[in-house]
Design a protein around this ligand. Structure first.
Ligand SMILES: [Zn+2]
Length: 122
């Protein structure tokens, strides 16, 4: 069950993992590969477009320390799996009447995306 593909970071060669989901006929990637060492992350096929450096274009990855793609699940400034993102969301909003306030929830996700370090479970 844990046989998931890894990729070497194009910037520092650290072995990186991505989030995969079992779709019944196999595992499908549902998040970008990302490097815990230098902070580089894979450019997603549906990410909002933004200016890239030559190196980023060639590598297909955002550079070290650059913001991650718009489609990645991000909690506390770090890329997490869709499972972690969902459970953090549920922890935050279970019993919290603001969960149906779309603007509040959008702001909360935006804050998770830009948080530096901060407290994150596990
Ligand atoms: Zn790296």
């Amino acid at each position: 069950m844990s046989a998931i593909d890894t990729e070497a970071c194009p910037y520092c060669s650290t072995i990186c993992r991505a989030d995969f989901v079992d779709i019944g006929v196999g595992m499908q990637q549902c998040g970008p590969y990302h490097c815990d060492n230098c902070g580089a992350s894979e450019i997603g096929p549906y990410d909002k477009e933004r200016p890239l450096t030559e190196r980023e274009r060639l590598a297909g990855w955002y550079g070290p320390g650059e913001p991650v793609g718009s489609t990645a699940n991000v909690i506390g400034g770090r890329i997490v799996s869709h499972v972690q993102a969902r459970s953090t969301y549920q922890r935050e909003f279970t019993g919290n009447p603001l969960w149906h306030d779309k603007k509040y929830v959008d702001d909360w996700w935006a804050a998770q995306r830009t948080a530096k370090g901060g407290d994150h479970a596990e």
